[in-house]
Design a protein around this ligand. Structure first.
Ligand code: KG4
Ligand code: ZN
Length: 364
């Protein structure tokens, strides 16, 4: 059995500056510390992440995040076996902040450096939290990502499909803005939806009739805009009850698409690898209880295990980067000072580039 290693992880690809320490082996690892410094306030006035503001905030805070992660883990750089850093994909100015920091620490201490694909971090998280075995199907759903990945090993990913335009979290956020609700839109829309009727507005379920695992969410936001304008024209305003109905109908449409496409992706994944036993979900949208419940029922019906990591490890964090680094360190895969930051870096190099970029920047 391989010896446990202690990995420091760094992450700055979007709007969270994060550092974490993870210790163990790929089969049995523990999060020792997990620091996330958010930037929500810095971007609040702009209705989305502003790349230049994000990059500046990362550069200002990454040292602090590392310091806090080491201190929370009650350790120092001298006890770190390798430094893993997100090298892409993401907003390039942000990715550069952590990459430069990691290179500086590596050079100064002689600690090995490992560049990690951010999406691999998300995709491997269910192993860290639930110990689920390869192969499994991963559904990544956040404000910046939306894709199905067949995960067969730490370096073996097949993308089965994804959004061709907006990510679901982005659709939730835009819908909240259209309906005058707070940001982030996901939780606000979910709360409103609780008192609404999901059947009250007939919203589209895009690409459902297409025989593949791709999705589209941008038409849904246009449909919500039209439905809202119609309500305002009919009622001279947006009554609270109808706003709740719009939220419930929107959430039902997104849920239907995600569940139907997950069903398809499971079948596709099992065609490629019949041993797929589990469906794992990651990303902020995985917090939505209607979507979670839908995925759970799909799993029960198809005799598939379901894994949803706790929210702190579902959303962007550096523990997932450290854990992906642990896999690489155990097989002796290190980088040197030529490691570069990459705005685009598909996990599955063979599948065609996704068209959508998402409000949080091009991901893959
Ligand atoms: O993973 P995440 O924290 O950041 C990235 O996008 O990388 O995801 C944030 C997204 C936001 O768009 C937010 O509105 C959405 O996740 N979200 C939700 C819920 N909580 C957060 N969407 C639907 N329902 C929720 N309860
Ligand atoms: Zn992410």
């Amino acid at each position: 059995m391989s010896a446990p290693l202690t990995i420091l992880g760094l992450e700055s690809s979007c709007d969270d500056t994060a550092a974490a320490v993870v210790r163990g082996t790929p089969k049995n690892a523990h999060v020792i510390s997990n620091i996330v410094i958010g930037q929500t306030d810095a971007h609040a006035a702009f209705g989305g992440v502003v790349p230049e503001i994000a990059a500046r905030a990362h550069a200002e805070k990454i040292d602090l995040a590392v310091k806090q992660a080491l201190s929370q883990a009650n350790t120092s750089l001298a006890n770190i076996d390798a430094i893993a850093v997100t090298a892409g994909p993401g907003l390039i100015g942000g990715v550069l902040s952590a990459v430069m920091c990691a290179k500086g620490l590596s050079l100064a201490t002689g600690t090995p450096l490992i560049g990690i694909n951010h999406l691999a971090g998300h995709a491997l998280t269910p192993q860290l939290t639930d110990g689920i075995a390869f192969p499994y199907l991963m559904l990544l759903v956040s404000g910046g990502h939306c894709q199905f990945l067949l995960v067969e090993g730490p370096d073996a990913y097949t993308r089965l499909g994804g959004t061709i335009d907006d990510a679901p979290g982005e659709a939730f956020d835009k819908t909240a803005r259209i309906l005058g609700l707070a940001q982030p839109g996901g939780p606000a829309v979910e709360t409103e939806a609780k008192s609404g009727d999901p059947k009250s507005f007939a919203l589209p379920r895009p690409l459902l009739n297409r025989d593949d695992c791709n999705m589209s969410f941008s038409g849904l936001k246009t449909a919500i805009l039209r439905a809202r304008d119609q309500v305002i024209a009919d009622h001279g305003g947006l009554p609270r009850a109808l706003r709740a109905d719009l939220c419930a109908s929107f959430q039902a449409a997104i849920t239907d698409v995600l569940i139907a496409k997950s069903r398809r992706a499971l079948a596709e994944a099992r065609k490629i690898n019949p041993n797929v036993q589990a469906l794992a979900v990651a990303g902020g949208v995985a917090a939505n209880s209607a979507i979670r419940t839908g995925l759970q029922s799909l799993c029960a019906e198809t005799e598939t295990d379901f894994s949803a990591p706790p929210l702190a490890l579902c959303t962007d964090n550096a523990a997932m980067i450290a854990f992906a680094g642990l896999h690489r360190a155990h097989t002796g895969q290190f980088d040197d000072m030529t490691l570069s930051a990459r705005p685009r870096w598909p996990l599955d190099q063979t599948s065609p580039t996704l068209l959508g970029s998402g409000k949080k920047g091009a991901k893959a």
